[in-house]
Design a protein around this ligand. Structure first.
Ligand code: CS2
Length: 493
């Protein structure tokens, strides 16, 4: 059966089998979310809808895209904010239409409406998934990077901000000036101490424009930390077809994801929050152990798999993990090099966590592209891999597999796989990262180690690290599959 109908709220009655629960009261907007990408739509939005179904509350979401592109806004608004989440797992496919998203805005076009909502005291949470680069930080100080073009713009035009720190500072200034209680700012990005990192970026930006505002933010605004987890690839035609097949209406913006999801949240919301615990979120006092475990175990091995795969020619994570030597390498890397750096509560079984990750990677229905994970390496490598390497070096422990991962990124920057297939380097620092095309690995490693935005100088100075990196780059240049096989021994070095 073919149809021309598209998803819209008036068609929800015919979709009762594809919503979380048929009864639904349209909420007012209580959350503004910056960075309305696939991740948010398959994660926080789903938790929030379930929380509203279980416990009520006006926690409708207004999603904001910051990239100047109106196509996502238009596609979602044409569907009244509805879209389907397509869970793909070993048990099959489940298609659910999510209703929590009430409005979508595109910056800078909808600035007036965005600031109207940010001033509305029914909006009690501003959450974010803007990826590492959205924080515009100087990686060493953690303050906003005053040389960042967007920050320079926003400091010159604080009433027409374009960056995340600029938008949040302007919105909080509005609240302070109007005497409205501030919203809670909730980072959902893969950064260590994401709440504190965001607070520092916002406060350091505010300090440049208005010292009192900076002090007011420190005194009054909560920035809880979170650990977010769900593997959410980008959308392809396969999802649009799956949605049409299941719903018999067109969905231009479905989101694929794995069945697994996890959200650990520091419970610090002075003006309230949805009952996310009713949707399975863990509300805790200290997120740190969970955050670091996820960042180092999952994201660290994801990036490792991504760069080695780009060289060896594996297009998806499941294809990569099905290659026995690569699986053995990742297993050993987690067991011997990453898990020992983590200080988790006794109830957190790191080896079970490792095994669960390997099982998630093996999900052949998901087709999570390694090229997607390989993007933005300059932003991802430091928290995912370099922090672990530093911890191990400080403890006098070996770093072979972790170093191979960083070396794989360096070789990846040459722009082609071992079989000669070319690919683009998508990274805000791409020009600098690819400037040195010297054939000498020692020279290239030295050039990259000198980039302070990526490599902390204390680490770059360590001879043992530099030497091992040069060795690993040399081995990888002789063939990634061979280098993987050499590192796949299941032993602690
Ligand atoms: C991935 C993450 O694209 C990437 O860099 O490592 O998006 C990963 O899938 C999520 O953090 C899983 O929660």
């Amino acid at each position: 059966m073919t149809t021309n109908a598209s998803l819209c709220r008036s068609a929800l009655d015919s979709l009762n089998d594809h919503v979380l629960a048929p009864a639904w009261r349209e909420p007012r907007i209580g959350i503004v979310h910056l960075g309305i990408g696939n991740f948010h739509r398959a994660h926080e939005a789903v938790y929030t809808e379930e929380a509203m179904l279980a416990a009520g509350g006006d926690w409708g979401i207004c999603g904001v895209t910051l990239q100047g592109d109106v196509s996502k806004r238009d596609a979602l608004m044409a569907q009244d904010g509805l879209y389907s989440v397509i869970e793909r797992g070993p048990e099959g496919v489940r298609v659910t239409v999510i209703r929590a998203l009430q409005e979508v805005l595109a910056m800078p076009h909808d600035r007036a409406r965005l600031f109207e909502l940010l001033a509305d005291d029914n909006v009690r949470i501003v959450s974010l998934t803007v990826t590492e680069k959205g924080y515009c930080r100087d990686t060493h100080t953690g303050d906003v990077d005053l040389n960042h073009a967007g920050i320079t713009h926003d400091l010159a035009h604080p009433d027409a901000p374009t960056t995340v720190p600029g938008i949040l500072a302007a919105a909080l200034r509005q609240r302070r000036d109007a005497g409205t209680p501030p919203f809670t700012v909730l980072s959902c990005d893969n950064l260590s101490h994401n709440g504190a990192a965001l607070r520092q970026a916002v406060v350091s930006f505010a300090r440049e424009v208005d010292r009192d505002l900076a002090d007011w933010i420190v005194a009054h605004v909560a920035f809880p930390s979170t650990m977010v987890d769900r593997i959410v690839p980008s959308t392809t035609d396969a999802e649009r077809e799956a949605a049409l097949h299941a719903l018999n209406v067109h969905d231009a913006a479905p989101v694929p994801c794995e069945p697994f999801r996890q959200w650990v949240i520091e419970d610090n919301f002075p003006t309230g929050r949805p009952a996310w615990e009713r949707a399975g979120a863990q509300l805790v006092d200290d997120v740190m152990p969970f955050e670091l475990a996820k960042l180092r175990m999952l994201n660290g091995t994801h990036s490792t798999l991504a760069y080695l795969s780009m060289l060896a020619g594996f297009r998806t994570i499941d294809e990569a993990i099905a290659h026995p030597p690569l699986r053995a390498l990742i297993h050993a890397m987690m067991t011997f090099e990453i898990a020992p750096t983590l200080d988790v509560p006794p109830s957190f079984d790191l080896l079970a966590y490792r095994d669960a990750l390997l099982a998630r990677y093996a999900n052949a229905a998901l087709k999570h592209r390694t090229a997607q994970i390989a993007m933005d390496g300059s932003q991802k490598i430091p928290p995912r891999l370099l922090a672990t390497i530093e911890a191990r070096l400080n403890a006098g422990q070996p770093i072979e597999r972790l170093t191979l991962a960083v070396a794989a990124w360096i070789v990846f920057l040459r722009g082609h796989a071992d079989d000669g297939t070319g690919y683009d380097i998508s990274d805000p620092m791409a020009a600098r990262l690819t400037a040195d095309v010297s054939a000498d690995p020692e020279q290239r490693v030295a050039t990259l180690l000198a980039i302070k935005e990526v490599f902390p100088p204390e680490l770059a100075r360590r001879d043992a690290f530099r030497r091992q990196l040069v060795d690993a780059v040399t081995r990888l240049e002789q063939g990634a599959r061979q280098a993987i096989a050499m590192e796949s021994n299941p032993v602690d070095h």
